[in-house]
Design a protein around this ligand. Structure first.
Ligand code: GLN
Length: 482
């Protein structure tokens, strides 16, 4: 059953080839057998899942789009009655008292949550090593990282421990782990999917989105989670198209731009070759490929590492030991309580970012750093705007390297930050992006990123679906987990 895609499972369930209970039991067993090797789950909720599966089986008639299929949620989505830790000691004892809107919508669609997946602490990282619960491993090579920060959701899906999963993407955290794990990952347009109940890292950049085996699976997931939410004032009130119906539209005549800046130094020649092969497939489908320029792309990482920490220093001030989360033992006074609760509750990377952010926002430096970074953000958006006056999508690698070894970059934050060179500008501009598997190098997956204009997720899903009909990279399963 786990070799089927989510869309195939939805159809098989409708035709009663197997029940949701059988399907969920199968995945529960797989998690029990395999997750020890991957550490992809923080909280596994088999009883709850089996209970929900029985309910799904008992539904008749007009059931939800995802009725009976198992999914996994990054442990950043508040889930009523279930621990929601953000992979931090700070929230190790936090049981969410309500569901995030994404969780409510997935429940309404009939999806079944197998549990909460591991991640970088508070979604800060590109390797899923900074979790309080230990590093996540890549199923293609368990000595390597799955990427981050949504590494648990990507690793679990690549090993077929779930049928689809949810991640969040602030600077690349859906697309980069999708690339490193050989699966499909979609970051929707900022505002397309509600952020209500999704624990905030950098609110102007964060966006939840799905991982699927295929672009078609991502279309099913997006269909279920997209839409306006009055509980999130930045969610956009705009009709949700029928993403699934649009998948079969021909892509002939679409124009795809390759930013020249992304194919210069710093890109591994073997990765570049895989991207070229993928371009050939798109050409064979009738797409036109042309060179474009994103002149300010090189500034994206520098701007992001001012803006994201600035927002996180503000967002994370709520974790003060008073209202929820970790509180230190025997505080001697209020200040000691604040200070020790935060010093003991947060890990090194989170503290590093809070410090950078507080510094960048301080009175004497605001203009020099924060304001400057905002101006760069505008320039980057303008670059994309110019690009989309000429092309339908922008194509690049997703990540400059394949999966790296555990501990290889964890002591070198700057090198780690560079992993997101191709993805971060997309968040700064608020655009949608997808990562698609395009092959393997030394047994490790390579991903390609496509970016489209605002609310044009359809273009990405359509291109992805048509590409995947011509290729089978996305269907490969790591041998240890077959
Ligand atoms: N790797 C980036 C960071 O560390 C992006 C993380 C994310 O998208 N959540 O901030």
């Amino acid at each position: 059953m786990h070799t089927l895609t989510l869309a195939q499972q939805v159809r098989a369930l409708a035709e009663k080839q197997f029940s949701s209970e059988e399907l969920v039991k199968h995945y529960v067993q797989r998690i029990e057998t395999y997750d020890e090797k991957l550490n992809s789950f923080i909280t596994f909720t088999p009883e709850r899942a089996l209970e929900q599966a029985k309910q799904a089986d008992s539904r008749a008639g007009d059931v939800g789009l995802l009725n009976g299929v198992p999914i996994a949620l990054k442990d950043i989505f508040c889930t009523d009655g279930v621990k929601t830790s953000c992979a931090s000691k700070m929230l190790d004892n936090f049981i969410a008292p309500y569901d995030a809107t994404v969780v409510t919508k997935l429940n309404q669609a009939g999806a079944i949550s197998l549990g909460k997946t591991n991640m970088d602490e508070f979604a800060m990282g590109s390797s899923s090593e900074s979790s309080y619960y230990g590093a996540v491993k890549n199923p293609w090579d368990t000595e390597r990282v799955p990427g981050g920060s949504s590494g648990g959701s990507a690793s679990a899906l690549a090993a077929r421990l779930t049928s689809a999963s949810m991640g969040t993407d602030t600077g690349g955290s859906i697309r980069q782990p999708a690339a490193l794990c050989g699966i499909t990952g979609l970051k929707p347009t900022y505002g397309r999917v509600s952020r209500y109940g999704m624990i905030a890292y950098a609110s102007s950049l964060d966006q939840g989105g799905p991982f699927g085996i295929t672009a078609e699976d991502c279309a099913y997931m997006l269909q279920a989670i997209a839409g306006h939410d009055y509980l999130d004032s930045t969610s956009v009130d705009r009709p949700v198209p029928d993403y699934i119906a649009g998948l079969s539209e021909p892509v002939k005549g679409m124009c795809i731009g390759l930013p020249e800046e992304f194919f210069q130094q710093g890109l591994d020649a073997d990765i570049a070759a895989k991207i070229e092969q993928a371009c050939e497939v798109l050409k064979s489908l009738g797409c036109e490929i042309k060179s474009i320029s994103l002149p300010n792309a090189k500034l994206a990482i520098a701007a992001y590492y001012v803006l994201a920490p600035a927002e996180c220093s503000s967002n994370l001030s709520r974790f003060d030991g008073v209202r929820f989360g970790y509180r230190c033992e025997n505080p001697t006074g209020l200040e000691d309580m604040y200070c020790r609760s935060r010093s003991e509750g947060f890990g090194d990377e989170v503290k590093r970012r809070i410090m950078i952010g507080a510094y960048a926002l301080s009175a004497g430096y605001y203009d020099a750093y924060y304001l400057k970074a905002q101006k760069i953000r505008r320039l980057i958006s303008e670059d994309y705007k110019a690009a989309f006056s000429e092309v339908d999508a922008v194509l690049s690698p997703t990540s400059p390297t394949t999966a790296f070894k555990v501990n290889e970059k964890s002591d070198d934050p700057i090198t780690m930050y560079l992993s997101d060179i191709y993805t971060i500008g997309v968040n700064l501009a608020g655009l949608p992006g997808i990562s698609l598997p395009v092959g393997f190098l030394q047994g490790l997956p390579v991903g390609m990123q496509l970016v489209s204009n605002y609310f044009e997720e359809q273009t990405l899903l359509n291109l992805g679906h048509q590409y995947q009909k011509q290729t089978d990279h996305h269907l490969q399963i790591p041998s240890e987990f077959e």
